[in-house]
Design a protein. Structure first.
Length: 578
């Protein structure tokens, strides 16, 4: 079932005493780059009501999850998806999972079009080739889908000139498939919406000045899986291997997957991801092995601009006279008024939908004359205008966790909205209103919502208890580090107030919370946190306005003496009084 896109789950909220577990299934789709045609979106919306729990869950890899499907309904649900331009093949299991790419439907930015085109080529290259999927769900019926594989993709998959193919049926995976799941992302320089460095393999589009595709910078070895209090398992960011011309990139991707097939550990699933293969062989050793398998050397990587995380919320121009609208979905759960409103809009205007890696959705190809009606429909359903969201809420992620995930040990999706509200309230009270901090939460250490890349990550560590990770950065290029284990949910305000106070008093101009934590170091954070005494009330304290020059002087004194600005003021006034 895994390889066909489904897991058996147990709804822990519905267990009845003495009657055991409440079993059901989760179905996950394969939607490369998050692109969902009108027809498929409406079908998924119907299936959620008819066979699921009435909601659609958007994943951090731009796919749908349909929860609550009963065993007797599986064939109906799967066949309906397949017959309506969808697929679930390889959405789970030890194969290449759903491939990610920036979902923004820019028509005038060729690099984005290249990313989506080649994400589809890589998806086709790494798709399982056995025919069992259609035999099971369509009784072997030949069904025409929208997927048409380019001839050069099949040629790259079948080519065995290097002697690396597994077998005739599965040239890439062989008869035992991969040691563990494999994740691929394709993006454009500067746009890190998909967390490119968390993927097993990453491709970064390289174009010339005219926008023509030249090739790709290639990364390998990223991954988020982890185990609490383990000295072996850990999250990892990918390494940049080099540049590959577009004519050879499929051979390169195939080589990376085949090296993992042959050298990845199969005796311990916790140590079976590609990141551990890279570490065991060494980055250079791994690169050498990939070059041996692909039959050519990597070129030096092309220069790239600074990375930036984009959430695509709100209205933007596509570049073809039409608009797109990014709609915020709280932790990816499409339900209630939002679900009805989106269906109404998609059905009325026959819009394509794109799912984002930040668990939101984009309504595409909107004629400007439709904008007012779409805004009114969303507003009438109580959907928040992205401009009114706090940065923490707009950019946060959470995995589903309880009650359905068998690995969850505490809340995430259901718990994060309250945590976000508490963090926003605390920051506001401390004079840091609308501070942008990337916050992510998971119910266990496996890292599905990529908490280890966040500025502030919450990782389930027991009932209503979390391990706190600090020090990631807003552009999602640096790993956070574990700061404190077993932090109780009820103690969050007391725990974070000293950290935010230290940040407010000692940050550099424009410095983010994650960058501050990384720069100042955990030793200094812990010392300040231990010595901190909470003031009676931030709101009740008198305030003093000073000119910029005086403030800069006070800041300089504070930094020189290792004091907060308030402490520096106290020292200066004390010296004057004496």
């Amino acid at each position: 079932m895994k390889f066909h896109g489904s897991y058996q789950q147990d709804d822990r909220d519905k267990r009845t005493f003495g009657e055991g577990k409440f079993y059901q299934f989760m179905m996950r789709t394969r939607t490369p780059s998050g692109i969902v045609p009108t027809r498929l979106y409406l079908v998924m919306d119907d299936l959620a009501d008819q066979y699921g729990n009435g909601t659609l869950r958007l994943t951090t890899r731009q796919a749908f999850q349909l929860h609550g499907v009963l065993k007797q309904d599986l064939k109906t649900v799967f066949s309906t998806v397949i017959r309506n331009m969808g697929s679930t093949l390889a959405a789970c299991g030890d194969v290449n999972r759903n491939i990610c790419a920036p979902p923004a439907p820019y028509k005038g930015k060729p690099e984005y079009l290249h990313a989506i085109e080649w994400a589809n080529h890589v998806k086709d290259l790494l798709a399982p080739q056995g025919g069992g999927y259609y035999d099971v769900w369509l009784d072997g019926e030949k069904f025409m889908t929208q997927e048409v594989e380019a001839p050069f993709v099949k040629e790259a998959r079948d080519d065995n000139s290097r002697g690396i193919n597994g077998d005739e049926v599965e040239p890439i995976y062989g008869d035992v498939y991969l040691p563990r799941k494999f994740k691929v992302g394709v993006t454009v320089p500067g746009d890190n919406h998909i967390d490119i460095f968390t993927n097993d393999c990453g491709l970064i589009v390289v174009t010339n000045a005219a926008g023509d595709l030249m090739g790709f910078n290639v990364t390998a070895g990223g991954g988020m899986g982890n185990s609490h209090r383990s000295n072996e398992t850990h999250p990892r960011v990918a390494d940049l291997l080099g540049f590959v011309p577009k004519e050879r990139v499929l051979q390169c991707v195939k080589a990376i997957v085949c090296v993992q097939r042959d050298y990845g550990r199969r005796d311990d699933r916790k140590m079976a991801r590609l990141k551990y293969t890279v570490e065991r062989l060494g980055v250079q050793g791994f690169t050498d092995k990939v070059e041996e398998y692909q039959g050519f050397k990597f070129d030096a990587p092309a220069p790239m601009p600074k990375w930036e995380f984009k959430n695509y919320l709100g209205w933007e121009e596509q570049g073809d006279g039409k608009l797109f609208c990014g709609v915020h979905v709280v932790n990816g759960r499409v339900r209630g008024g939002l679900k009805k409103a989106v269906r109404t809009i998609v059905e009325r205007y026959e819009l394509e939908v794109r799912l984002t890696a930040n668990q939101d959705l984009i309504l595409c190809d909107i004629d400007p004359s439709w904008k007012a009606d779409i805004e009114a429909t969303l507003q009438g359903a109580g959907v928040a205008d992205p401009a009114t969201l706090s940065p923490i809420v707009a950019n946060s992620l959470a995995c589903p966790a309880l009650p359905l995930c068998g690995l969850a040990i505490t809340e995430a999706e259901r718990g994060l909205p309250d945590v976000n509200a508490r963090l926003d309230a605390l920051l506001t009270r401390m004079g840091l209103k609308d501070e942008s901090i990337v916050v992510r939460m998971t119910g266990c250490p496996n890292g599905c919502a990529r908490p280890y890349m966040a500025e502030l990550g919450f990782v389930g560590d027991g009932p209503n208890t979390y391990e706190v990770w600090l020090g990631g950065c807003p552009d999602l290029t640096r790993l956070a580090e574990p700061y404190q284990q077993k932090v109780k949910l009820r103690e969050f305000e007391a725990f974070f107030e000293p950290l935010f106070a230290f940040f407010k008093s000692r940050r550099k101009a424009g410095e983010s919370f994650g960058d501050f934590c990384s720069r100042i170091g955990f030793t200094a954070l812990r010392e300040y946190q231990k010595a901190y005494v909470s003031p009676p009330s931030y709101a009740a304290q008198p305030r003093l306005a000073v000119d910029s020059a005086t403030f800069d002087s006070l800041r300089a004194i504070a930094e020189k003496e290792g004091l907060t600005i308030a402490e520096a003021v106290a020292k200066v006034t004390s010296s004057y009084s004496a």
